[in-house]
Design a protein around this ligand. Structure first.
Ligand code: NAD
Length: 390
């Protein structure tokens, strides 16, 4: 089977190495950014392939072809994996669309909110049928050690949820990916569940807001701890964000009883499911963060300024998790006529530091909505219309 991986970062390296180490797969890489193709090729030549190092041992894979020309690497691929930040999904899908085989499976890891609307917006008008899927998260925490040559898997999730469109393909795609990635991939019934269930979209903007909402502009000597620096007030904000998503889940389930949103867990339940053994004291949401070994020592994103450090507001914790996360949820809540005061408060702060405009007068109609994945961007005007395509 031929697999094309789109991207040139940590996730793309891990996928390229793991899948091309198998005898039964030929892996191509598509990456149009800067000089990444040259760097991949140099690294692969120098190392004789890409080495992936994990707790389970060492594997070496070698991609067949790496190119910035989609016509050289996409045709013939049964599976195309987008290992990219969400802001690059649409650009890359437009690049690859003319070169996809009829019936190709195209998916993002992680999908983030509204990926299915974006994909159907790009592929929908084409003549080919494309099966779209998304994973809740990347199965690994991974980092490149040497570009094109070596990548380290630092941790592996115990399982990852997947949704597909059309939904009846989810089981087949999940089975293939479980086998290829070596991680149990569980299908869930709808992309809407995947969109609402994301927890990074609550935790990352929520903690940035908690840490820096009253920042006075003075540089810090050290970067504050991100998760383990959470105080009672920030934990309360996270609880309120989670509660608002649960209210939205309830509203949707009441309106559409056939809709299965059981994958949309409260934040506390998700932490226990994902980090159970790593949490020292699970007596409260606050303690689940501050006693979580999986979060030990991780610091807030900062950049140098003078002799000190200032918050980096362009971090993906905001630039990805707000337009492709929190704003998407806010857009669905708007269609459901459900007030989300805490989500609004966090978006209002984030849009200021990001210099974007999502909320205007309490409505999601600012100029930056057009570059988000809110349902309004794709022209959805009612929940019925949205749910017909969920
Ligand atoms: P990365 O920063 O290492 O790689 C990003 C890559 O995306 C670039 O190398 C480039 O090839 C591509 N890209 C970026 N902007 C582009 C553009 N404008 N046009 C075309 N291509 C572009 O990121 P990563 O660590 O590989 O993460 C990929 C996704 O997975 C992100 O959404 C990240 O938040 C998520 N994620 C990563 C990890 C991890 O441990 N690496 C864990 C969980 C989730």
């Amino acid at each position: 089977m031929q697999v094309t991986i789109c991207g040139g970062g940590n996730a793309a390296h891990t996928l390229a190495a793991l899948i091309s180490a198998r005898q039964d797969c030929r892996v191509n890489v598509y990456t149009p950014l800067n000089d990444e193709v040259q760097r991949w090729r140099q690294g692969i030549e120098a190392g004789g392939g890409i080495t992936v190092i994990s707790q389970d041992g060492v594997l070496v894979g070698r991609p067949h072809r790496v190119s910035d020309d989609p016509s050289a690497v996409v045709p013939g691929s049964r599976l195309v994996l987008l290992a990219l930040p969400a802001f690059a999904h649409e650009i890359i899908m437009r690049d690859i669309a003319p070169h996809l085989d009829d019936g190709a499976w195209v998916g993002a890891l992680p999908a983030r909110g509204g990926f299915d609307w974006d994909a159907r917006h790009v592929f929908g008008s084409g003549e080919k049928s494309v099966i779209v899927f998304g994973l809740q998260t990347l199965p690994w925490a991974c980092r490149i050690r040497e570009y094109g040559r070596e990548v380290a898997i630092l941790g592996t999730k115990s399982e990852v949820d997947l949704a597909a469109w059309p939904p009846n393909h989810a089981a087949k795609v999940a089975a293939l990916l479980s086998d290829l990635l070596g991680v149990p991939i569980c299908r869930i019934s709808s992309f809407l569940g995947l969109t609402l269930a994301g927890t990074g979209q609550l935790i990352h903007p929520g903690v940035m807001y908690g840490l820096f909402r009253d920042w006075d502009g003075c540089p810090y000597e050290d970067a504050p701890l991100f998760y383990q620096g959470i105080d009672a007030m920030t934990a309360h904000i996270l609880q309120q964000l989670s509660d608002e998503v649960q209210s939205l889940r309830t509203r949707l389930e009441e309106r559409f009883p056939a809709l299965d949103l059981s994958a949309v867990l409260p934040l506390y339940d998700w932490l226990l499911r994902s980090y159970g053994d790593s949490i020292g004291d699970c007596s409260s949401l606050l303690n689940c963060f501050v006693t979580n070994n999986g979060y030990a020592g991780l610091r807030a994103p900062m950049r140098p300024s003078g002799d000190g450090l200032v918050p980096d507001f362009q971090t993906r914790y905001l630039s990805e998790d707000v337009p492709y996360g929190l704003v998407v949820i806010r857009g669905i809540a708007q269609l459901a006529d459900l007030p989300t005061p805490k989500i609004d408060q966090v978006i209002a702060w984030a849009q200021k530091v990001l210099e974007k405009e999502y909320l205007v007068g309490g409505e999601l109609r600012g100029r930056s909505v057009a570059a988000s994945r809110a349902p309004q961007r794709y022209g959805f005007k009612s929940l019925d219309e949205l749910l017909r395509k969920a």
